[in-house]
Design a protein around this ligand. Structure first.
Ligand code: HEM
Length: 140
């Protein structure tokens, strides 16, 4: 039992979701889709994206990034290069409200995506940390 817990913990999120052929790509895609469905309706976040965008590219960028970060294939690097997330977020004013609304949409997506449930606590902790790191303004 203890051994099993230790082994589970040492597996990457990607492996815990079943890997490439076991549903992991679909789980991340579903999470990101649910998240961006919320962003698409959001009065503060939606204006940060080009008005003409259908958010398809943005969905793909975030999904590829998360897959790479959590132990899957490094396809984000192939498409976009080094993540440099702080720098890539510089063009957007991210104050406390934007940060918390981003996290609210991601929390809703985590809850609404059954395929991601086994790793939701790990992802939740990660998102909270990165969202605070990406905040680049004290004011909204
Ligand atoms: C804190 C509030 C945040 C806001 C307001 C925000 C907003 C944005 C916007 C407007 C874009 C541009 C769309 C695009 O090119 O894909 C973007 C890109 C991106 N964001 Fe965020 N973001 C936030 C937090 C986060 C967090 C917590 C993560 C990761 C855990 C993240 C990961 C990314 C990634 C991977 C991209 C694509 C970068 C690229 O390749 O150009 N963002 N974000």
């Amino acid at each position: 039992m203890a051994q099993e817990l230790i082994e589970k913990e040492s597996q990457s999120v990607w492996e815990r979701l079943g890997g490439t052929d076991g549903g992991a790509p679909e789980a991340f895609a579903a999470l990101v889709d649910a998240f961006y469905d919320g962003v698409a309706e959001d009065a503060l976040l939606r204006p940060m994206y080009p008005a003409e965008s259908d958010l398809k590219e943005e969905r793909e960028n975030l999904a590829l990034f998360l897959i790479q970060y959590f132990g899957g294939p490094a396809l984000y690097a192939v498409k976009r290069g080094h993540p440099r997330l702080r720098m890539r977020h510089n063009p957007f004013k991210i104050g406390p409200a934007a940060r918390d609304i981003w996290l609210k949409h991601m929390e809703a997506a985590l809850v609404a995506t059954p395929a991601i449930t086994p790793v939701a606590p790990t992802l939740r902790a990660y998102f909270i940390e990165v969202a605070h790191f990406l905040q680049n303004s004290d004011t909204d």
